[in-house]
Write a protein that binds this ligand. Sequence first.
Ligand code: ATP
Ligand code: MG
Length: 496
Amino acid sequence: MGRSIGIDLGTTNTVVAVLHEGRPQVVEDDKGYRVLPSVVSVDDFGTATVGHAARNKILTDPDRTVYAFKRLMGRRFDSEQAVEARKRVGYEIRPAADGLCTLRLGNQVLTPVEVSALVLQTAKEMAERALGEPVDEAVITVPAYFNHQQRAATFEAARVAGLRCERLLNEPTAAALAYGFRRDSDRTIVVYDLGGGTFDVSVLHLSGGVYEILATKGDTYLGGEDFDYRLVDYLADHFQTQTGVDLREDRTALQRIKDAAERAKCELSFTDRTTVLVPRITPQHNLELAVTRLTLESLVEDLVDRTLDVTRRALSDAGLQLSDIDDVILVGGQTRMPRVREAISGLFGREPSRGVHPEEVVAIGAAVHAASLTDRDDAPQHVLIDVTPFDLGIDVIGGLFQPIIPRNTHVPTSETRAFATSQDDQEAVRVTVRQGDSRFADENEFLGEFIMSGLTPAPRMQTKVEVTFRIDSNGMLHVSAMEPGTGESRRITIRN
Ligand SMILES: Nc1ncnc2c1ncn2[C@@H]1O[C@H](COP(=O)(O)OP(=O)(O)OP(=O)(O)O)[C@@H](O)[C@H]1O
Ligand SMILES: [Mg+2]
């Protein structure tokens, strides 16, 4: 049997780590890079380039090069997020037969799952090269706020890549594991993870090797990419005022501004002022504009505020006050922005923890967890008690939503509720599964539905149906229904 590794499959960067002689290590590629950009470029023969080489092609071959595809995992083509992505990216997003998204790259069509699988396969090969032995198992991290479909898509990507995914681990939980590794502490901490595409915040208690998540909240469509787009719009608006040309209508120009904007954003974490220069953005013009740190901060202020709101709500779900928190861990490249650090320090009235590498800590935690799942004598020992982030339930009469598993319930878990038929001789019931915190069904996100037919004819309210929701350790939901009178049951796979 091969080795098991930890993989942080990020929106921007993928990081691979292993536990080697009891110490977690980030895997380097043959050029010494410690991150693998989550970018894939495909030519007309279907040959894929992954990582740094593909990243360079975002500018030269924007219509054949995909990035930030994690934001499309398990998402419907008509979802708000896919509609937003379609306006922004250089590649073409199309509807798939099952309602999800496909990506058209030149003459090739791939799904976000297949593209993710190419990144995972490259990550696996990097680890095999570094370790000199086969790797066939991995713990893969996902945003804590990923829903069932997004998790199922990630699981499937691992399968396509030839990896057995032993566990989908929540990213903030992984960061906490890395933080707590070899540290004997009894602490209540907050993990604030603002990466390239997603935002998660978890409140945890660590004690004697037990990691108990108290609450988790987030937004799977809020990250550094959105900070970049604010600057892109600022630059494009300025250019339009000066020249009358809207650069957003030209995909190649758009990718060039996006690239320049991201670089300027990162520079402004170290300097107060920088100049964005994109030569010959149109045949007649260069794009040139000085941007200050203050301007950038004003452009993204509401995004930073949104993360603070989510953080406050996570604390309130955990039943804690700001002053109950012993330590705040900042994870994700976007937390390198000074304004983000200041906002968090301001909220908690303390400096966040230093000594955690924001881009590597999640992969390290995944490697520690992967090692703990082996039966080796020196395997690290810890207990993880994670939670489900959403209320999960079904539609009931009157357009209402009945939660079956409330958010922040420990997983794995299982809950059963009995429902009665509403009409005489009713033969079938439709079970519609949703997530969300509204009392009204249609305000919550639809996850899937099934019909249980062949019920025993009887006057209304006499025939009972028991619906069971089970959430496994990967955070995936399994729903089944049974008529207790007959023992007849139906199981459904949750799908859009
Ligand atoms: N010095 C910096 N200042 C500001 N932002 C930065 C800096 N360095 C990196 N970033 C931003 O951090 C983001 C990438 O962070 P990271 O690698 O943690 O994301 P990820 O793990 O790939 O994404 P996610 O966790 O959301 O799936 C990018 O948007 C990048 O522009
Ligand atoms: Mg990340």
